[in-house]
Design a protein around this ligand. Structure first.
Ligand code: FAD
Length: 284
């Protein structure tokens, strides 16, 4: 941290482009001037502040807790020397975001480094059998084929079909509502758009039940990773395809734990003139 204003209080924002002042309680100290004050330093506000800082705005971040990161933090929670992720652990979703996908903030320069494990996911079953997803597609298809030859082919077909719509679905995920085409408009331009509209309207369970014949294969697809909604609910069809995302991209893990992401963002903000203060609860 470059400049620490010390124990300060936020003067009320005067609106417009007038910078907010943070007056030091130390007598005679010059007031620090900021363009933007951000409440809380979880990963979402850190990302917003990082883009603002990149655009030239000077940001002050006030975090109530002793450390930044919110739910995206790592700590020694059990034995000394063992680092645990406090809440968030999976970084698959955020890998599709332009911040990492297009390396917009070059967070590698601020200490962020990812590991891409292979095997990707391993699921043991109570009957002693198991199914392992490898980054190699052939090898993964063989794992499905252990249970059913037909399911080995089904997995291969599913991934080939999905990859034709994946860029389109990903684009929708990272386009704020109102700032780009809707999912239906995009699918209308796809040669099999109607089929995909139907699939997305189905439940994930219906898709997996119809695609695979063996229950091990179905269980793997439903639990790898867990679905965010009950798989039998209508409109959860997209969740049936979640395991295919990690087939090629693995399950990226930040070196040093999930918190390495928020630590890199903090360094980025500070390197761009921002100030981050911990133990500062915003009351009003
Ligand atoms: C058990 C668990 C597991 C999860 N696993 C995953 C996962 O594997 N992958 C994944 O992508 N997501 C996961 N999540 C979700 C992820 O952790 C959250 O979506 C993410 O942390 C939300 O980020 P945020 O920045 O919006 O809010 P938060 O992380 O909640 O950050 C908000 C910050 O603001 C601070 N704050 C709040 N009020 C004030 C105030 N008045 N003054 C000052 N500071 C304030 C808080 O102290 C906190 O640091 C998990 C969540 C939980 C609970």
């Amino acid at each position: 941290m470059k400049e620490k204003p010390g124990p300060g209080r936020c003067a009320s924002s005067r609106g417009g482009s007038t910078p907010t002042e943070l007056r030091s309680e130390m007598q005679g100290a010059m007031p620090e001037r900021f363009d933007i004050v951000v409440a809380g330093a979880g990963h979402n506000s850190l990302i917003a502040a990082a883009y603002l800082a990149k655009a030239g705005y000077r940001c002050l971040m006030l975090e109530g807790r002793p450390t930044v990161g919110g739910g995206v933090k790592s700590a020694h929670l059990t034995l000394r020397g063992f680092t645990h992720d406090v809440c968030s652990s999976a970084h698959n979703g955020i890998h599709g975001n332009p911040i990492l996908r297009d390396n917009e903030l070059k967070l590698g320069d601020y200490g962020l480094e990812y590991i891409y494990p292979d095997p990707v996911f391993h699921m043991p079953f109570s009957d002693g059998s198991y199914l392992t997803q490898w980054r190699d597609l052939e090898r993964t298809c063989e794992e499905f084929a252990k249970f059913s030859k037909k399911d080995g082919f089904a997995y291969r077909r599913m991934i080939a079909e999905y990859e034709t719509v994946k860029p389109l679905l990903n684009a929708v995920t990272f386009t704020p509502i109102g700032l780009g085409k809707s999912i239906n408009d995009r699918l209308a331009e796809h040669p099999r758009g109607k089929l995909w509209q139907r699939r997305l309207a189905m439940s994930a369970w219906e898709i997996l039940r119809d695609t695979f014949e063996d229950d091990h294969c179905r269980a793997f697809m439903m639990g790898c990773p867990y679905s965010l909604q009950p798989v039998q609910d209508p409109m959860t069809g997209r969740a049936a395809y979640i395991p295919l995302h990690q087939q090629r991209e693995s399950r990226p893990l930040p070196k040093g734990g999930s918190g390495a992401l928020t630590e890199a963002l903090s360094r980025f903000i500070e390197a761009h003139g921002g100030v981050i203060l911990a133990n500062k609860w915003i009351k009003r």
